[in-house]
Design a protein around this ligand. Sequence first.
Ligand code: ZN
Length: 130
Amino acid sequence: MKLDHIGIAVHSIEKALRSYQVAMGLEMEAAVNVEEQKVKVAMLPVGESRIELLEATDPTSPICRFLAKRGEGVHHICFKVQDLDRKLAAFRKAGIQILPDADGTGYQGRRIAFLHPRSTHGVLIELVEE
Ligand code: ZN
């Protein structure tokens, strides 16, 4: 596994870019809507990894719920895996809980899944298939 990105929930990508892009000087790879996850995503590469800014596009978006409960901040970290199904099976076997509605499509149409923070000491972990 490799660290793919760190997801940060923000109220406004436009405002967040003033810090991450303008002030910190990170380049923006892309800003796209991921309909299935009800989020707008801005990707900013940092070394071999990326910062993913997440803005809700719908009140039922998980990002909206997160912001209401905890405010802006780190929402998840994401690991790249070769074979998502095999990895999920191995994690299940090891007692790690997978979020039931987690198998879906993420940024750039890649297959993703989420591990329950209860199983990972409070951190939501996303897995993305390479
Ligand atoms: Zn992510």
